[in-house]
Design a protein around this ligand. Sequence first.
Ligand code: FEO
Length: 406
Amino acid sequence: MKPVKVSNGIYQLSVAVEDILFEGIWEIPKGVTVNSYIVKGEKTAIIDGVCGWDGVPETLIKMLNDIDINPEDIDYLVINHMEPDHSGWIEDFKKIRSDFEIVCTEKAAALLEHFYQHEENIRVVKDGDSLDLGHGRVLEFSEVPNVHWPETMMTFDSQSKTLFPCDLFGTFGIFDGHSFDDHFNADEHPFFEEEGLRYFSNVMATFSSQVKKAVEKTEALPVEVIAPGHGLIWRKNIQTIIDAYKRYIDYSLHYGKKDEVMILWGSMYGMTEKAVYHVEKYLTNKGLTVHSHRVPETSLGQVLTSALASATIIVAAPTYEYNMFPPVAAALEEIGRKRISHRLSYCFGSHGWVPGTVKELKDIIERTRMKWKLVESFQFKGEANQEDYSRIEADLDSLIEEINAL
Ligand code: FEO
């Protein structure tokens, strides 16, 4: 992508990434951007890195040429976060210039040696420290541990009032080449919501309590522009992304959207599957939005996205070797690891000789400490008959009462 001028002396260098599993696990059907920023005072800093997916150092040099910056004139590398999507280019950059100074937290400095065998010219900064780039440009640093790793910090340019929060306020999605919030229109808002939820649920949800503190820290600063490591730069209405993050945190720590239900399901020979279609129709007719995800066919990333959005998670799975059908159990374990808590839940499914699905769901809820409220659930032998469907519908009516009481 071409460099983008953010404001006087600040440029975004960004790469668009598709066709990978993000962090080696998360499907990104709409891609992701990885953004770094040049900040110029009398001295020049680069904040976070453009990753090696796109041919660093060649890409970096080309982008710097486009904005008339000689790579050898970069004095500081500000590493807000050590995850290699932001730091993985350091070794390549060393080939361009070896005497730059790295600015990072103490915890990041400890990882530099192990990740990149780099031990020299490191300036360790703490919460409240600053770096004067000259010409009135001062970078201020705020530690925000576990957003998303323990070493993370944010950088604030007090001259332009631009915050560089790295992963915080990021989203998945390549916005059709748009770089700024005011360049995408109302038609694209559902795309933004989906990719924001996908990113938060896949990358951030485990750390929602710490993310909440970082959002509060952001609101205490006189921020006018938010320039994250992934997704759009926010300059027209920064409150949109701040409020979106507050919602995602709330979905994670409390419950999701009251009128949205995820059915997480699997089926072996079609018996549970038939009942799932019946339940989907019943809930849709009651005015609820249903996200129905069969596993293992659906990616874990998509399951987490819907789990974060939904106040209610219905689990439908046959019994398999005395327990829950394994792909459904595995997806639930991942939801538990992401600490998506306080959901309403209901469970149903087919069994042969012995029912085991509800028992395992109770075990998972307890072990992962998700604090879900599981209403009276139901397992039927073989294929559900009319009596079984009547029982399921009565259970769903009780569930809807619980939903309405949220
Ligand atoms: Fe974008 Fe936690 O790295």
